[in-house]
Design a binder for this molecule. Sequence first.
Ligand code: 4AD
Ligand code: MG
Length: 475
Amino acid sequence: ISEVKGGPDEGLDRLGQKLTVRGWVRTCRAQSSVTFIEVNDGSCLSNMQCVMSSDAEGYDQVEAGTVATGSSILVDGTIVSSQGSKQKVELKVERLQMIGTSDPSSYPIQKKRASREFLRTIAHLRPRTNTFGAVTRVRNALAYATHKFFQENGFVWISSPIITASDCEGAGEQFCVTTLIPSTRESTDCPSNTIPATKDGKIDWSQDFFGKPAFLTVSGQLNAETYASALSDVYTFGPTFRAENSNTSRHLAEFWMIEPELAFADLNDDMACATAYLQYVVKYVLDNCKEDMDFFNTWIEKGIVERLKDVVEKEFVQLTYSDAVEILLKAKKKFEFPVKWGSDLQSEHERYITEDVFAGRPVIIRDYPKEIKAFYMRQNDDGKTVAAMDLLVPRVGELIGGSQREERLEYLESRLEELNLNKDSYWWYLDLRRFGSVPHAGFGLGFERLVQFATGIENIRDAIPFPRAPGSAEF
Ligand code: 4AD
Ligand code: MG
């Protein structure tokens, strides 16, 4: 359908041509002489209006009432110009074939618009709605544009592992992966793959697949750093997992992250890369997903297209953490969480800065206190702050978190000691600083937050096909 309707003439250039459409019936309306069947195949937002008269092959299916909302059909016909105001062309049906029936009375997607909360309970069917079809296509375009941007700029894509022994962010938010060695499964009465405890209540790691605690990764950064220390600029794009107890509209337990790592680079290079990347992918969806973006502009967030055009065209704001704290301390607005140099910015603070102070422009805040940031960030000369940056956008808040990495062995070792982290388990990470260390920097962008930002969808659970959050792992 997109191939016909997506062209500059909305299909008028294809008049008289034969077309086969395979898709799902949105509505079927029988009128005195003809029947109108709206079919959608997911290739675009538009349906194909199929007009069928009683002499067409397969009309008995219409008479029998099987061509119902939710059913799947194949129609062959000719593209003709349409009398209707909603479309330039329609399909004059010559043959209709029923593929899969659907009982309209029990089909969960009814004509009346359903709430997003309800649609989350039918995540297997929600992609058939306009909103989820559009979000899914834009998500796809953002993924494509991501690879295109990095490939065009000489970055090499790295697959970072999903199972890992290290906690990159050190926040203790990892999901543990404990699994019995397959050969020992039969010999225990363990109901699942969990490891049997020894008599003193401890886990018997000798029976574990990995022989020690292993986790789902919270970030591919440490692995990306190893490849950046050999291939120069690299990026990862894969799933990451966090057992955060945050039931918010911006947190998922499973989300996709894009993590470029730039070799021979500092924080300024990192910020420039983040800016160029964001502008590139936003421009890509504005240029290539016009129909879906117009839909979001009308139904999801009024003005989103203009706002995104500004993102592409205007410079991002840059300020230091200390400047941000000054701004917040002077604010007339009352915050729930107190503002104090040294504490992390809360989402109400981030929103105030992007939405109220800088009127919707993306804001990059840099040089955060080292106490609130991860162990790997490079210490600034003041001894108090690190070369970190967060990129904030309106409504979503933190879209990107990044930093220049500590490339000096002695600084990194003393930081690990200060934080009581086990130096031995970071032996390979420290090796990068022993053998040919280079200044390097990178960032992580939460892909679902980018989808939220680009579509206006309010809840992050609607920005991923099958959301994982506390208490929800269905489908
Ligand atoms: O700021 P974070 O924790 O940074 C890192 O993980 C670094 N290792 C990245 C790097 O420098 N390579 O996470 C990066 C981004 C956040 O800015 C946010 O967009 C997203 O990941 N994010 C989440 N998105 C959805 N649900 C969650 N629970 C998220 N936690 C972080
Ligand atoms: Mg962060």
